[in-house]
Write a protein that binds this ligand. Sequence first.
Ligand code: UD1
Ligand code: CA
Length: 463
Amino acid sequence: MDNVCAVIMAAGDGTRMKSSYPKVLCDVLFKPMITWVTDHVADAGIRDACVVVREKEDRIAPLLPRGFITATQSADKNKGYGTGYAVMMAADFIKNGGFSDVVVLSGDAPFTGAQDILEAFEKHKSDGNDVTVLTSMLKDPAGYGRIVRDGEGVAAIVEQADADEDTKLIGEINSGTYWFKAAFLLDALGNITSDNTKGEYYLTDTVAYAVETGRKAGACVVSPDVVLGANDRKGLSELNRLALDKVLDRLMADGVNIPFPDGIVIGADVEIGPDTTILPGTVIRGRTVIGAGCEIGPNSYLDNAAIGDGCRVISSYVDSSTLENGVKIGPMSNIRPGCHIKPGVKIGDFVEIKNSTVGDGTAVAHLTYVGDADVGKNCNFGCGVVTSNYDGSKKYRTVIGDDVFIGGNTNLVAPVKLGNRVYSAAGTTVTDDVPDGALVIGRARQTVKEGWAERTGKYPKKT
Ligand code: UD1
Ligand code: CA
């Protein structure tokens, strides 16, 4: 896609969302709407894009793909407001880039995909249009701009607030995405006015301007589910529902077993292998990839996780970590960022692991904290083992060899290193390195005082 660019309008105030952040940052399936749009633009092969953001809004720029720039629209509504005014802010970007055509998109319509953008571009070119509006037929067109037709072409777009009763009956609506010839767009932006019910510059008025000046305005009709936008929280929850249904349909078509889809939320960028079962109460997000033949859930939370084949994650969290094949986690454990859990590891209940490697076949069965540790193969952790990795100011590593047996309630005070085949006695506090094959005992020796209860008069109890 050479010689074309995109302008994405993202400076609306989103008053109907009642949010402290702009509408385009509202998530659909854990991904801000603006990111859905920029992903589609990039997927369409468009490398030059300008996102129009509100003055002092610095939360959008960091989310943009490389090469996408921002232009600023004043927060002062008296200076100008509306979609037409937003695109005016990108006029220099369009002019200076020497582009032939421009696609303008709304930051609050996440489902207009790369395919729709490209299909509309084909039609825009082959019909020789100056402007091509992506439209759709909706059963309930309320709230959208209506498409007034003139034969095959488009005569005008009339906003809901400006529409008479007859116009409101029109079912064909403006999706908010348009292809323009760059030269026509720049000319039209200089000629639209804010003379309407809302006193805003409407980008949609460029269509009537095209007709008035003998240019060609056309439409590319796309399916209803790609045009939907969200103006309020209810609209947002509908978009979430729609996006989720699509994700679940795709996964099930790929052989993922989702027997009870209620109460399962899976993000759009998640990949899951066949014969993996996802059980209710499970949320999977980010760039999580799960292999084949796993069982995830019930009640699990995976974010940016890489999970191999044949794993089980029961009522547990995995965040930004890798689980190799045949790993079992849970119930009730927490794998925090930076973990690499090797094949066949078993992590039981109430175990927290952070920024650690755990070697093949090791078992960490109950009530244990492993932080900043490198653990070898085939080790066994007793109940209640703790790596004391933090001295209040710095973090230190614990290194454990292969075939190590760590007794219950062992305290590993880092930095500390245990060799291969080390045994630690239950209740030991390990403060110094232990060589291969050694037993380490570090606890007070037990003393037994016989007859103590009777002698001291504590028993039998006085009433
Ligand atoms: C707009 C269209 C309408 C269309 C609908 C599709 C106009 C006048 N109307 O209405 O025909 O059916 O989208 O969803 O264009 N924005 C700015 N700056 C502004 C105002 C808005 O950047 O001053 C951005 C918003 O962030 C949003 C987009 O433009 O991403 C659309 O604005 P919005 O207010 O949602 O327009 P709609 O009323 O939905
Ligand atoms: Ca909108």
